[in-house]
Design a protein around this ligand. Structure first.
Ligand code: ADE
Length: 250
């Protein structure tokens, strides 16, 4: 049984899009996941197959009709155990732990909005999670859906090589990743940090941990506070001596 992505959209041609290439594309061909993009317009009303209407109370833009969205949801025949997600900047911010939960399940039904939004009643009545991929506004939910799918697919069993998947555990450490270096050892007069050439694995791990902590403290005070609170609770000092390797993480 493959992980099933069902996307409800006015632009089904946008899927699988970039997810048909590279890692996700190979997994799609190999049957690890499948992608079914359904045109919301199929459920549109009247001669023009209208999917939207003007907002009650006035204001700019159009709103997707609840009956049209409901018909599209019903037509997916996805089981009750498949989370339904509406991509919207008004949603709960997407985190790696959500992605892990979605990837462990049977798949997702993703509702992509265009226009001003979707009638609130169908969102409330049909148990639809509202998720945002960041504090900026995209022209529609499709690119957000691609981001969410990408994040899920790379976690599906067999998609990543063992090398990358080993890193996953440390994701939950909640630190941004340490910097990387490769050849040449000197580039434009800049050396690689000496410790990385030392062959001393313990020293390298400690250096990376410290870098991860410093970068997180500088760039993401929110993650840093959360990490500090966690490590202090666990009785470990944030000094690069926790024995963990710092990794990208949220
Ligand atoms: N649709 C438009 N902007 C979005 C965002 N930031 N996240 C999720 N869906 C969106």
């Amino acid at each position: 049984m493959s992980w099933q992505a069902t996307v409800l959209t006015l632009f089904p041609e946008m899927f699988p899009g970039p997810l048909g290439l590279s890692l996700a594309g190979r997994a799609l061909e190999g049957g690890v996941w499948s992608c079914s993009a359904q045109d919301l317009r199929q459920h549109g009303l009247g001669r023009h197959r209208a999917v939207d209407d003007s907002p009650f109370g006035g204001g700019a833009g159009m709103v997707m009709r609840p009956d049209v969205v409901d018909a599209a949801l019903a037509a997916t025949q996805a089981g009750a155990d498949v989370p339904r997600v509406f991509l919207t900047p008004r949603g709960r911010p997407l985190r790696q732990q959500d992605v892990q939960r979605y990837a462990q399940g049977p798949g997702l039904v993703l509702l992509c909005g265009r226009f001003e939004g979707v009638d609130e009643r169908v969102l409330q009545s049909r148990e639809i999670e509202q998720v945002s991929i960041g504090d900026y506004v995209l022209s529609g939910g499709e690119t957000a859906a691609l981001v969410l799918l990408d994040a899920c697919i790379r976690l599906l069993p067999g998609v990543m090589g063992s090398e990358e998947s080993g890193v996953e555990e440390s994701f939950s450490a909640g630190l941004l990743e340490y910097p990387h270096y490769t050849r040449p050892a000197v580039w434009e007069g800049q050396d690689v940090p000496e410790v990385l050439l030392s062959g001393n694995h313990a020293a390298i791990a400690a250096w990376r941990q410290k870098q991860a902590e410093e970068i997180t403290r500088e760039r993401r005070p929110d993650l840093w506070s959360a990490w500090l609170a966690r490590t202090e609770k666990n009785g470990a000092a944030a000094t690069g001596k926790t024995g963990q390797t710092g990794q990208t993480g949220v």
